[in-house]
Design a protein around this ligand. Structure first.
Ligand code: SF4
Ligand code: SF4
Length: 336
């Protein structure tokens, strides 16, 4: 069977991807060795990137302040660790049935040899000169850009014309030579409105400092991101070492204690769902605010009858005591 890009894309959509694009491997020329797919498969000819939408409904409960687990489970952990691998593996099987190797690449971050800013962590060594330290971590959002799925926004989130910032990405690295899609050049998706900056509870973005990279000959620029600040705020926490160990919202493993921020209604950080889902902030800036901005500008094709933000955003005033009702059974036990 002669495999074509059209066949691969049709199968990807049948298997559950919401959008699919293909990039030829030459687009990774100049990629850092630790993020270069050719380090994993030297004979790779193509990368296939698929977008899996986060349901707008999965953000509804966080927006209303009443149901937080659905985004972490169905919009994050479950989508990333369950749904996406099934599609990525299914499509890899389709390619391998044509006699061409395909690597189903989901999120295997726990073994990666680079941290969130691309620095090596020194936990492994190359097996031979010229090879990367295991494990290589292909940058999935950049892969999506190089496969033509959309733009990298000023927030460094992948923005697609279908869903804006509201998706996760899975890729396949394959030796199949497939016709590539052009790099996205449609209507601009990010207009630098800075809604992501204003609404990020961790103040993780610094618009005065930017990172510029050249991807397949295109200059792309995004804001400097304080990943540590995001990591803390994402879980709903504010570092506060004056809090007792017993009352600490979450112990970060570095000796710091914390209390809940006004964007978390929880006494303690809730347990992770599907391994890593613990997004108490509900991606308030980088996803919700950005999506609201993009929908208002009419630049996403997944349209809804009603706007997403329907009520005044909530905030928890932790300085005021809460008087529980008799029915409340307050559980302040430490979770993971
Ligand atoms: S919120 Fe505005 S500035 Fe930030 S990524 Fe989205 S469109 Fe760009
Ligand atoms: S996940 Fe939350 S804390 Fe992190 S950048 Fe997005 S809005 Fe900010």
């Amino acid at each position: 069977m002669q495999l074509t890009a059209q066949m691969v894309k049709a199968r990807a959509l049948e298997l559950g991807a919401d959008a699919v694009g293909i990039g030829n491997i030459e687009r990774w020329e100049g990629a850092p060795i630790q993020q270069d797919p050719r380090q994993i498969m030297p004979e790779a000819r193509s990368v296939i990137a698929m977008a899996f939408r986060v349901m707008r409904g999965s953000l509804r409960g966080v927006e209303e302040g009443t149901f937080f687990s659905n985004y972490s489970a169905m919009g994050y952990g479950g989508l990333t660790y369950l749904y996406m691998p099934m599609t990525v593996i299914g499509l890899s099987r389709f390619i391998e049935d044509a006699g061409l190797e395909a690597i189903p690449y989901g999120h295997q971050s726990d073994w990666r040899a680079v941290n969130t800013v691309g620095e090596t962590t020194g936990k492994s060594r190359p097996v031979a000169p010229g090879r990367a330290e295991p494990d290589v971590m292909v940058h999935q959002r950049i892969a999506a850009y190089l496969c033509g799925l959309g733009e990298i926004g000023f927030s460094k989130m992948l923005l697609t014309p279908q869903f804006g910032p509201r998706q996760r990405v899975g890729i396949i690295i394959t030796e199949a030579e497939l016709e590539p899609d052009p790099i996205y050049s449609g209507p601009p998706l990010c207009n630098r409105c800075l809604a992501c900056v204003r609404e990020c509870p961790g103040k993780a973005f610094d618009p005065s400092k930017t990172v510029k990279v050249t991807l397949a000959g295109h200059e792309v620029e995004w804001m400097d991101i304080d990943c540590k600040a995001c990591d803390i705020a994402f879980r709903g926490a504010i570092i506060d070492d004056s809090v007792s160990a017993e009352d600490s919202y979450h112990n970060f493993g570095d000796g710091h204690r914390s209390r809940p921020g006004n964007w978390s209604p929880f006494y303690k950080k809730p347990r992770s769902l599907y391994n890593t889902g613990q997004a108490v902030c509900g991606s308030r800036g980088c996803t919700r605010a950005c999506m609201i901005s993009m929908e208002a500008r009419g630049v996403v094709t997944n349209k809804f009858a009603k706007p997403f933000r329907r009520r005044k955003p909530w905030s928890v005033d932790w300085t005021k005591p809460y008087e529980p009702t008799q029915q409340d059974d307050i559980d302040k036990s430490e979770t993971d």
